[in-house]
Design a protein around this ligand. Structure first.
Ligand code: ASP
Length: 327
C-alpha cells in the first residue's frame, strides 16, 4: 500500500499522465487546445485556422489557440503534431501538403497515412498566380514569355517543398517547361511581405492570402487555377483562359489529432468543427477571402481520411514525373 501512495499523489498533482478513461473523454475539453499551423503567422493556413479556432472555441467552451511551427514545407509542424500526446489538446491544421509530402519526401519522421486521427475537412481554397506590382508582364502570356527570356534572373517564392505554393510552382514550371530559381520561406505570409517589398518576383498562393492584396493593387495577378472565375475577383481570368491548360486544382485543408486520440474526443472535435463551419461569421469571412467551408458531411474523420489517401495516390505519379524530391 505504501508503495502506491507516492504514485497516487503524483497522479493527483498531475505530475504523471494518467491514461484517458472514457469518463475523462466525456469531460473533454477541460483545458486550452493548441492547433499547430505548419507555416508562419499571417499566411493563408494561419488565417483559415484562426477563423476556425475562434468559432470552435465558442462551441467547445475552451480557448483554442494557434501555434505556428513553420519549416520544410509544413513537415516540421506536422512532425511535431504527430508526436504530441494523443489527448485532444494538440491538433494540426494542414493542407494538401499532407498528401504531396508523402511523395516529395522519401524519409519523413511520420507516416501521413497513419500518424494522425483525421477530424474533418475544412475548406478548399483556390490558388492565384501573382507578382510584385512593378513586374513588367501584364498578362499570363506576357509572363510566360518574360520568365522564359529572364529565367536566370527571375525569382519565384514558395513556402518550402511540400507547401501548396511549391506544388503550384512545380506544376507551372512543368507546364511552361522552364525551371526557375525558387526562394523558400517558412510560410507565404513572409513571402507576401517580400513580394510587396519587391524582394522576390512572383508567387502562387491561396486566395486567403492574396484577395486583399490583389484588390488593393499591391500585387499584380495573372490567373486563378480554377475552372471558373472567382465571384470575389471577377476580373481575374482563369489560367486556362490565359492559355495554359490542365492546371486546375484547389488547396484542401484538414484538421487532425495525433493517432491514438480517443474516438469520443475526435467525435467531439468533429462536431465542434461542423458547428464552426456553419457559423455565419466564418462563412462570410471565408467568402470575402474567395473560399467557403466544406459541406457538413465533409467535416468528418471519414471524409478527411479518404481525401488524404486519394490525394496521395493522385499526386504521386505527378511528382514522380517531375522528378523533384526534398531528400
Ligand atoms: N499555404 C502556404 C503554402 O502552402 C503556406 C502558408 O500557409 O503560409 O505555400
Amino acid at each position: 500500500m505504501r508503495l502506491f501512495k507516492p504514485l497516487a499523489a503524483m497522479l493527483l498533482a498531475g505530475i504523471v499522465a494518467a491514461p484517458l478513461s472514457s469518463g475523462q473523454a466525456q469531460d473533454y475539453p477541460n483545458n486550452t487546445i493548441t492547433v499547430i499551423v505548419p507555416f508562419s503567422a499571417g499566411g493563408p493556413t494561419d488565417t483559415v485556422t484562426r477563423l476556425v479556432a475562434e468559432a470552435m472555441s465558442a462551441n467547445l467552451g475552451q480557448q483554442v489557440i494557434v501555434e505556428n511551427v513553420g519549416g520544410a514545407g509544413g513537415t516540421v509542424g506536422a512532425a511535431r503534431a504527430a508526436k504530441a500526446e494523443p489527448d485532444g489538446y494538440t491538433l494540426l491544421l494542414h493542407h494538401i501538403g499532407m498528401a504531396t509530402s508523402a511523395t516529395l519526401y522519401r524519409k519523413l519522421p511520420y507516416d501521413p497515412k497513419t500518424a494522425f486521427a483525421p477530424v474533418g475537412l475544412v475548406t478548399e481554397v483556390p490558388m492565384v498566380l501573382i507578382a510584385r506590382k512593378d513586374f513588367p508582364p501584364n498578362n499570363l502570356q506576357e509572363l510566360i514569355t518574360y520568365v522564359k527570356e529572364h529565367k536566370d534572373e527571375v525569382t519565384y517564392a514558395n513556402a518550402g517543398i511540400g507547401a501548396a505554393s511549391h506544388l503550384c510552382g512545380m506544376l507551372f514550371m512543368q507546364a511552361i517547361q522552364t525551371p526557375l530559381t525558387t526562394v523558400p520561406y517558412k510560410g507565404t505570409g513572409p513571402a507576401m511581405t517580400d513580394l510587396i517589398g519587391g524582394q522576390v518576383d512572383f508567387l502562387c498562393d491561396q486566395t486567403t492570402n492574396t484577395t486583399n492584396q490583389i484588390k488593393a493593387g499591391e500585387v499584380k495577378a495573372y490567373g486563378v487555377f480554377t475552372d471558373q472565375r472567382l465571384a470575389n475577383l471577377p476580373d481575374l481570368p482563369t489560367v486556362k483562359e490565359g492559355g495554359v491548360d490542365g492546371l486546375s486544382f484547389a488547396i484542401w485543408h484538414g484538421l487532425y489529432a495525433p493517432a491514438g486520440t480517443p474516438e469520443p474526443v475526435v467525435a467531439r472535435l468533429s462536431e465542434a468543427l461542423k458547428v464552426a463551419l456553419a457559423d455565419p461569421k466564418v462563412i462570410e469571412r471565408f467568402g470575402e477571402l474567395g473560399t467557403a467551408p466544406v459541406p457538413a458531411d465533409q467535416a468528418t474523420p471519414a471524409a478527411l481520411q479518404a481525401k488524404v489517401l486519394s490525394e496521395i495516390d493522385r499526386w504521386k505519379p505527378v511528382i514522380e514525373q517531375a522528378g523533384e524530391y526534398a531528400d
